[in-house]
Design a protein around this ligand. Structure first.
Ligand code: 8YV
Length: 315
C-alpha cells in the first residue's frame, strides 16, 4: 500500500510523475473554498495524509496540520519556510524539509538582473526598440551600476552569492545580519547604518518575526534619493507602504522587486512607476533549478518514509 500525500502546490511535470508513481496524491479544496467544503474533505481524508507537499511562499497553516492526525512531514518545495509555524510543527511531531542551495545561484542572478534593470533602465530601453522609437528618439540616460557601495541584508547562502557576483562590479560590499561572518566585507550591526553606507541595498534575509518590515521608512530614508533597493527575499521584510511612498516621492532612486507583501497582488501605485523593475517571484524559476528543487523535495520524502535522516531537514 502506498503512503498518502496531500499536495498543496503544483510542481514540475517530471516531479509530479514521480509523486504520482510513488504515492497516493490527494488535493483538497483551495483556501478560497467554503469552510464547510474544506471541513468535509478533512473529515473524509485528513487521517490518511502522512505527508504534505507545499511551496515556500505557501507553507501550511497550523490549523490545517492539526486536522491531519497522521501527518509526519511537510516537504517544502522551496528554501523559505516562513509560512510555517516551526514550533507548532515541533509540538505536532511533524518534520519539515526545504530545498536550500540548489536555488541560490538563480536567486542571486536575479538580484543582479533587477539591479541592472533599474539602474540601466533596461525595460524602458527595450520598449524603446520594440515600439519603434529608436530611429527618431534617444531613451533617457541611465546610471552606472558598477563601482558602487553595495549593501546586503542577510549574509547567508543567497547574500553571499550576491556578494560573489558583485565582486566583479568593483566598488565595496558591506552586509548586516545577526552576526559577523568570516569575510573580507564590512559588517554593520545596524540596518539603518548599512543603508546609509549603501548605493544599492539587497534584501536577502529569511523572513521571520524578527525581520518583519525591518526595511522601513527610516531605512529607506537612510538609503536616500540616490539609493536603489533590490528585494529577492520576501515582501514581508519591507514595509511596502513606506516603499511605495519613498518611490513615488523620489526619496529613493528606484527598486527592483521580485517579491511583494501580498503576492500575487502588487500595489497598483508601483505599476505606473518607471523607477521600478517588477518580477512575479521568479527567483528560482528556471527549469534547471525547479527540477533540482523537485528532486531534493522527493529525496526528503523518500528518506522520511524509509526512516532515514532527511537530506535537508529544517526541524
Ligand atoms: C519559490 C521561494 O517561489 O524557495 C523559496 O522560498 O520562495 C521560491 O523558490 C517557491 O517556493 C516555489 O514553490
Amino acid at each position: 500500500m502506498t503512503e498518502t500525500l496531500l499536495q498543496l502546490c503544483p510542481v514540475l511535470p517530471a516531479t509530479q510523475t514521480v509523486l504520482d508513481r510513488t504515492y497516493t496524491v490527494l488535493r483538497m479544496p483551495s483556501r478560497d473554498a467554503p469552510e464547510a467544503e474544506r471541513n468535509a474533505w478533512l473529515d473524509a481524508h485528513g487521517a490518511k495524509v502522512r505527508a504534505v507537499v507545499t511551496g515556500g511562499h505557501l507553507g501550511i497553516e497550523t490549523a490545517l496540520a492539526e486536522r491531519l492526525p497522521n501527518l509526519g512531514i511537510v516537504a517544502v518545495n522551496g528554501v523559505g519556510y516562513d509560512r510555517i509555524d516551526i514550533e507548532a510543527m515541533r509540538r505536532l511531531d511533524v518534520r519539515v524539509s526545504n530545498t536550500p542551495d540548489v536555488l541560490t545561484d538563480d536567486v542571486a542572478d536575479l538580484a543582479i538582473a533587477l539591479m541592472l534593470n533599474v539602474m540601466r533602465r533596461l525595460p524602458a530601453a527595450e520598449a524603446h526598440v520594440r515600439d519603434g522609437s529608436w530611429p527618431t528618439a534617444q531613451p533617457a540616460l541611465a546610471r552606472r551600476a558598477s563601482g558602487l557601495r553595495y549593501g546586503i541584508v542577510g549574509f547567508g547562502r543567497i547574500g553571499q552569492a550576491i556578494a560573489a557576483r558583485l565582486a566583479g562590479f568593483g566598488g565595496s560590499i558591506a552586509y548586516t545580519g545577526p552576526r559577523r561572518k568570516q569575510t573580507g566585507h564590512t559588517y554593520h550591526d545596524d540596518l539603518r547604518a548599512l543603508a546609509a553606507a549603501s548605493d544599492v541595498l539587497f534584501v536577502a534575509t529569511a523572513a521571520s518575526a524578527a525581520t518583519a518590515r525591518i526595511v522601513d521608512r527610516a531605512v529607506l530614508d537612510a538609503l536616500g534619493p540616490q539609493g536603489v533597493l533590490v528585494n529577492i527575499a520576501r515582501g514581508s521584510i519591507v514595509d511596502e507602504t513606506a516603499l511605495v511612498e519613498a518611490l513615488v516621492e523620489r526619496r529613493i532612486w528606484g527598486a527592483g522587486l521580485d517579491v511583494f507583501e501580498n503576492e500575487p497582488h502588487v500595489p497598483p501605485a508601483l505599476l505606473g512607476l518607471e523607477n521600478v523593475s517588477l518580477a512575479p517571484h521568479v527567483g528560482s524559476a528556471t527549469g534547471e533549478t525547479r527540477q533540482a528543487m523537485g528532486a531534493l523535495m522527493l529525496d526528503n520524502l523518500a528518506a522520511f518514509f524509509d526512516g532515514r535522516k532527511l537530506p535537508t531537514q529544517v526541524v
